[in-house]
Design a protein around this ligand. Structure first.
Ligand code: AMP
Length: 219
């Protein structure tokens, strides 16, 4: 099974990806995580991407597509993958289709997570991440046990530069302009599933399981 997770920034793609991983053991590919890893390791790709990410803009399609192409050619993607945060533009979706045609693979379902802008803004302003291992916390709902330090590795907990309020508004506008057209694009292909992700992960997972069953993607 190969899935795409679609949704605005802060719609909970990371949390749903983790839960789907537990249920189906798919390889999780988050383009945001891949960019952050490259930035952290000071690679040439990371240096190119950083300026766009810090402003809340999308990294150009050619850079992003090349990175995903490399990752999808890894062995662990052969038994099923879940793309989180890719594609984010129509040209990226078209490039993905071409890539998969070449390897005889296809996307089985596009899971579109729906959350209101008010909830998104609250979730993002609450979000904190560990600088060392990337573990995610919410200061209201899931704070670290020791203030400002990660429960997993004791690294420093920080707010992502692109989670600052002005940048979040840019990211939401970019989502509406460039990514939302993908909803119609995948609906037209008959593989879109829309899931309400305001009520917590349990409710979202039940909807996903029901939809996958009704489409005979799982038993
Ligand atoms: P995320 O962690 O998915 O919210 O991604 C963080 C940032 O990485 C985004 O705001 C973009 O700047 C960049 N990014 C992630 N995925 C993509 C993509 N598919 N295309 C372009 N930029 C991306």
């Amino acid at each position: 099974m190969n899935f795409i997770l679609l949704g605005a920034p802060g719609s909970g793609k990371g949390t749903v990806a983790e839960a789907l991983n537990k249920s189906f053991g798919l390889t999780h590919i988050s383009t945001g995580d891949l960019f952050r890893m490259n930035i952290g390791n000071c690679t040439e790709l990371g240096q190119k991407a950083k300026a766009f990410i810090d402003k809340g803009d999308l990294v150009p399609d050619d850079i992003t597509v090349a990175m995903v192409k490399g990752r999808l050619s890894d062995k662990d993607c052969l038994s099923g993958f879940m793309l989180d945060g890719f594609p984010r533009t129509i040209p990226q979706a078209e490039a993905l289709e071409t890539m998969l045609q070449l390897t005889g693979q296809k996307i089985d379902a596009v899971i579109n997570l729906q959350v209101s802008d008010a909830v998104i803004i609250r979730r993002i302003s609450d979000r904190r991440v560990c600088k060392e291992c990337g573990a995610t916390y919410s200061i209201s709902f899931n704070p670290p046990l020791k203030e400002d330090h990660c429960d997993v590795c004791d690294g420093l907990i920080v707010q992502r530069a692109d989670d600052m309020p002005d940048t979040v508004l840019t990211r939401l506008a970019t989502y509406a302009r460039k990514t939302k057209p993908l909803v119609d694009y995948y609906a037209g292909k008959g593989i879109l599933m829309t899931v309400d992700n305001e009520m917590g992960i349990g409710f979202a997972m039940r909807q996903i399981q029901d939809e996958l069953k009704s489409k005979n993607i799982i038993n």
